[in-house]
Design a protein around this ligand. Structure first.
Ligand code: MN
Ligand code: MN
Length: 448
């Protein structure tokens, strides 16, 4: 009788021999996280890794041959990697699509001010954050300033343990009886507290600008032409006596992006289908904008690879993993989950037939045919996976980039790593699941 029933089992009990491989794999992942705290840095680092493996920038008009490895850099904020397959392009692409932007606090265009003996900077949060989590912790500043003279200045302060960090204050418990929540305008970064002795107008601002001018050649108006974000300053660390999870800023969604790329690099033979890994930007704010999945750059790039007249047929024959995170069951907050349909940490990658909210609204649901074919591939290649729904019906919900692939007539399913504390400054995810995301992408590229 029991063979008729499906058992949920922790992956470590199914493949104990993979523990070392998973832990070793995650060392590379942790280093990737530490180097790529914002989407630009993530794009830089992934291109560096890909170039080492022989990828070259895509060039218009070049005829690519099976086995060629190219990447397309979308304004330094999104990137697509592709390995040309042996079949003709109209047979379709095997696409994995993750995002490399994460919730964070962006500097406003006029950020710097002084008040109460402090120099501070105004921020505007990006993505869905619970604001109370972002106060009273060390933050780093990452980004670029594009000066009017054409010079681009890279800013990264706070990630090196020797660097100073930045900090948002919160009320002391002794005076917090009236505080209900942290407001968006309360997320002000402390950036200095030493007045400039020669300046009596705005001595604290002046003192900060003198440092920024000396180190980076900046004046106050350069903030108007900058993309700078405050992100958690700490590095990725192992969690638990058994070191089986990782605490890090930005798992969502580098935890899927990194495996997409490592799986491409792990292809031993020229794949049949052209295999494509997309690192998109802007997902956390609805995928709008020049580097988001609503922009045509992904379909334009694929069209360049297969030729205009074949593009529609190629898309119709393509399949995509919308690679994004899912919520793992959290025993401290069981009431928001429906346990039978939740994913559990280290039980394998999480596959969601649908996302959305309130009656699946706004989701792209994967058809049963696709899931049947995909799960057979996962079974044949020893990929650990579990089905997963974000939480209880009507508890909330969320979306991914899957709908924007479906809009281009590309079959798509949501696949990713289930994690704890999603969108918190430090999120948590299991190492075995991360490794199996790599195995899942590889099996998909080779066999779909
Ligand atoms: Mn995500
Ligand atoms: Mn997210």
């Amino acid at each position: 009788m029991s063979e008729l029933l499906k058992k949920k089992k922790n992956g470590y009990l199914i493949v104990p021999e993979e523990e070392k491989m998973a832990y070793d794999y995650c060392e590379g992942y942790k280093s990737f996280l530490n180097k790529g705290k914002i989407e630009r840095f993530c794009v830089e680092e992934s291109i560096r890794i890909a170039e080492e493996a022989g990828f070259v920038p895509f060039s218009y008009g070049t005829v690519y041959m099976p086995g060629d490895k190219v990447y397309y850099n979308q304004h330094g904020r999104a990137v697509i990697f592709a390995i040309i397959g042996s079949e003709s392009a109209e047979e379709g692409f095997n696409i994995t699509a993750a995002h490399v932007d994460c919730p964070r606090l962006d500097l406003k265009q006029v950020p710097l001010y002084e008040d109460g003996g402090l120099a501070l900077m105004k921020t505007h949060y990006y993505g869905g954050i619970r604001k109370y989590q972002w106060v009273a912790l060390p933050l780093a500043l990452c980004g670029v300033v594009c000066k009017r003279n054409g010079e681009t200045v890279r800013i990264e302060i706070g990630n090196d343990p020797e660097d100073p960090v930045f900090y948002i204050t919160d009320l002391l418990p002794h005076l917090a009886k009236d505080q209900k929540e942290i407001g968006g305008e309360d997320l002000n970064l402390v950036v200095g507290s030493k007045p400039d002795a020669e300046e009596d107008g705005q001595p604290y601002k002046t003192s900060v600008m003198k440092i920024l001018n000396e180190k980076y050649g900046l004046t106050e108006e350069d903030f108007e032409t900058a993309d700078i974000s405050a992100v958690p300053a700490g590095n990725a660390r192992d969690i638990g006596f058994d070191r089986s999870l990782i605490s890090a800023y930005g798992h969502d969604d580098r935890i899927c992006a990194y495996p997409e790329l490592t799986a491409l690099l792990a292809l031993k033979e020229v794949p049949k289908k052209t295999c494509v890994a997309v690192f998109a930007d802007r997902e956390e704010v609805g995928s709008a904008g020049i580097s988001g999945m609503r922009c045509s750059f992904v379909s334009d790039f694929l069209t360049e690879l297969c030729g205009d007249k074949n593009a529609r047929r190629a898309f119709a024959n393509s399949c995509a993993l919308s690679a994004d995170v899912n919520a793992a069951f959290d025993p401290t907050f069981p009431s928001v989950y429906e346990k039978r349909n939740s994913a559990f940490v280290n039980h394998g990658i999480a596959v969601s037939k649908y996302t959305g909210s309130r009656g699946k609204s706004g989701c792209s649901e994967a058809p049963a045919e696709l899931l049947g074919k995909l799960f057979k591939i996962f079974d044949d290649n020893n990929v650990l996976y579990q089905t997963s729904e974000l939480g209880k019906v009507d508890q909330g919900g969320g979306g991914t980039v899957s709908q924007f692939l479906a809009e281009r007539n590309i079959l798509v399913v949501d696949v990713g790593v289930a994690m704890l504390s999603m969108h918190a400054p430090y999120e948590a995810a299991g190492k075995l699941d991360i490794y199996h995301m790599h195995k899942a992408c590889l099996a998909f590229y080779e066999n779909y």
